[in-house]
Write a protein that binds this ligand. Sequence first.
Ligand code: NAD
Length: 357
Amino acid sequence: MSRRPWLVTGGAGFIGANFTLYARQVLGQPVVVVDKLTYAGNLSSLDPLRGDPDFTFVQGDIGDAALLADLLRTHRPAAMVHFAAESHVDRSLLGPRDFIDTNIVGTFTLLEAARQYQQTLPPEGHAVFRFLHVSTDEVYGSLAPDAAAFHEHTPYAPNSPYSASKAASDHLVRAWHHSYGLPVLTTNCSNNYGPLQFPEKLIPLMLCKALAGEALPVYGDGQNVRDWLYVLDHCKGIARVLSQGQLGETYCIGGCNEQTNLSVVETLCQLLDARRPRADGLSYRQQLQFVADRPGHDRRYAIDASRMRQELGWQPEETFSSGLAKTVDWYLANETWLQRVQSGAYRQWLQTQYGDQ
Ligand code: NAD
């Protein structure tokens, strides 16, 4: 490899795969991905990199200290970019254990591996090594309708097992900087959408259900508000923080684009109506159905991304309508990907395609 690679954890997941493709195809950066391939990890998302000599995929758990030590010794990365996580709030309500194991203990194991690795680097290596932890705005809790948006100094107030586990991991990352001098950066980002997202999250879930002629289940009154960011804009923001962020600091990344869940689903229906009209000529909106709310459902998240704009010159390039149109077009053009990630056959296919990689 010409340049020292970035070690990307969770690079077969939604944002990690988009980031890996961006790093390789746009930045020309060598990448080593380590991913456990849970239900949310899809190797097919990285298909465009098959045969690329500057791309390595390793199936493994971030909780496996021996594996991490071996990977760091072998690849000597210039950076670690940490996406691997259990990421779905609904799953965390049903079974929080995996969230504690991966998001907290896994992050701890990774930090310890990074700390030991850093000690092996020559002084010039210290200057370039960075550990970037990818986190969420959900650590800040729920906002009142008229409250100011979350920013880097908003106190933590997580409400779900998922957000509590991410909050814990953020604190560990911070502590490893202050206690051990690990060169860390943390990003807290709002809801992402775009290609390659597993169809359990709002936008791809609604797309799949709409196309299958099923009900579109909207929690509660549909008025919960989220800030939405197109995934590639997030990836560009992470790369900017990695190259220009101040060590030990946190950066809030967001789309400046608050939407109620209901308006997201309605816009999706309009896009589908125009692109793939229903056979009966009616709108997909007919399929909308309000269902019992998620327990402890945070009412509103919003991000103030002015630090990213002012200090790092980053801002989203997509508007919600341009990003959502691209997303719908991508899913309509990639129905095989969708079917594959949802079927049990996907696992078999994986073995056949990639052997014991
Ligand atoms: P995802 O669920 O799509 O992907 C997670 C990936 O991590 C999967 O490929 C999975 O196989 C892998 N993984 C899980 N446990 C692992 C383990 N123990 N060892 C190795 N790999 C493991 O998640 P995502 O939506 O891409 O989110 C990535 C990161 O970004 C997460 O840390 C999440 O908290 C954060 N984040 C997500 C959003 C969002 O809207 N999706 C917003 C802000 C922050």
